[in-house]
Design a protein around this ligand. Structure first.
Ligand SMILES: [Zn+2]
Length: 61
């Protein structure tokens, strides 16, 4: 699924590893502009925030 392993957690700046859960806050684009492609590229371009699960628990608690 991930071709490049360079998605980072916005809080701890740690690289999100394959098979690791992540939390993404994403603004859904208009249907016409719906992104198509490799997931990590889409997330890097469109995600507002990316957190590893551990940081999300800390932030949301
Ligand atoms: Zn983190």
């Amino acid at each position: 699924m991930f071709k490049r392993k360079n998605l980072e957690c916005d809080n701890c700046k740690r690289e999100i590893q394959p098979n690791e859960e992540l939390v993404v806050h994403l603004t859904l684009p208009e249907t016409k502009k719906m992104p198509v492609g490799v997931l990590d590229k889409i997330l890097k371009k469109h995600a507002n925030e990316i957190y590893c699960k551990r940081c999300f628990k800390i932030i949301s608690s």
